[in-house]
Design a protein around this ligand. Structure first.
Ligand SMILES: NC(=O)c1ccc[n+]([C@@H]2O[C@H](COP(=O)([O-])OP(=O)(O)OC[C@H]3O[C@@H](n4cnc5c(N)ncnc54)[C@H](OP(=O)(O)O)[C@@H]3O)[C@@H](O)[C@H]2O)c1
Length: 289
């Protein structure tokens, strides 16, 4: 099966931001969105979400953990864009998975967001011994119509295998740490085989050394782009949905300006060769929260 990618270019950033990938249940998710991790003040989250939507962003990724769902909801509402044009993702936190409180946690998120449904609801981390039960709760939410698609985050191959053996619904998305220094090729191929769309978290390695990488810098210079733009273009051109975070309007515009140029096959190969299995965030096999 060929992995869907966003290989083409668009006449405008706005058009590119509207481009969607069809998930395994037919729901269409934007390839590109805004992440709002580490934006603790609701007023900042509201301002970033509103500014992003004004630029043409249609997908916002939050989580109960980020404690800004109320601000995200305010930003969505104040944008004036009809709800059905927006794609909102949130996630159930580990404590609620452990305590078997997924549905109550979902209801709370929905209330804070001020919405009557979310587009994508994710299990935030694979909690040993609790995934299957939590997944059944997500399947019930899907049936209730208050979630349009359900998925997981930080699931490695063994976690997916355990879930798939018991699941009635195959996850639509697996959101994982993914950037040129952590490409997790076997995991991405496994997701693809099962029709699970991969979505990149920390696509810019949280503005780490990646943004000064000499290979990426050379590509960026040749294309007269920034390294962030090269990396985000590489995501979508590789078939990976991406949700870079920024609260600065200039960077919201910079990050989204990836739809009017393409990387060459040689660029794609040079970036593929940067993989060094370097994880910035927690390891899904050993995390302790
Ligand atoms: N599922 C999970 O477990 C999980 C874990 C982590 C993250 N996520 C999601 O993924 C999203 C993105 O990941 P992330 O926030 O960890 O990291 P990221 O998007 O890789 O990087 C964000 C950092 O890069 C800076 N930045 C953004 N654009 C830039 C640019 N063009 N040039 C230079 N610096 C730039 C931001 O600063 P400014 O804001 O100051 O611009 C911020 O410090 C999160 O917001 C969250 O929604 C999910």
């Amino acid at each position: 099966m060929r992995r869907p990618t966003l290989a083409g270019t668009f006449a405008s950033v706005r058009e590119g931001l509207g481009a969607r990938v069809k998930l395994n249940n037919g729901v269409q998710m934007p390839w590109f969105g805004l992440g709002v991790f580490q934006v603790p003040r609701d007023s900042d989250a509201a301002a970033a979400v509103r500014a992003a939507i004004e630029l043409g962003y249609r997908s916002i990724d939050t989580a109960a953990l980020y404690r800004n769902e109320r601000g995200v909801g305010e930003g969505l509402k104040s944008s004036g864009v009809p709800r059905e044009e927006l794609f909102v993702t949130t996630k159930v936190w580990n404590d609620d998975i452990r305590a078997g409180r997924v549905e109550a946690a979902f209801n709370h998120s929905l209330k804070l967001l001020g919405l009557d449904y979310v587009d994508l609801y994710l299990l935030h981390w694979p909690i040993r011994g609790r995934s299957v039960e939590a997944w059944r709760a997500l399947e019930r939410l899907l049936r209730s119509g208050r979630v349009r698609a359900i998925g997981v985050s930080n699931y490695m191959i063994p976690h997916l295998e355990e879930l798939l053996a018991a699941a009635a619904v195959v996850p639509a998305v697996n959101q994982i740490e993914f950037h040129p220094y952590l490409q997790s090729k076997p995991l991405v191929a496994h997701c693809q085989r099962h029709g699970i769309q991969v979505e990149a978290w920390s696509p810019l390695q949280q503005a780490g050394p990646l943004l000064r990488d000499p290979v990426l810098t050379a590509i960026a210079r040749r294309l007269q782009r920034t390294v962030a733009q090269v990396v985000l273009r590489w995501d979508v051109q590789s078939g990976i949905a991406t949700i870079p975070k920024t609260v600065h309007p200039a960077r919201l515009a910079e990050n989204a300006a990836i739809f009017d140029f393409a990387l060459t096959d040689a660029d794609m190969a040079a970036i593929a060769a940067l993989d060094r299995n370097e994880r910035n965030g927690a390891d899904p096999f050993t995390f302790n929260f």
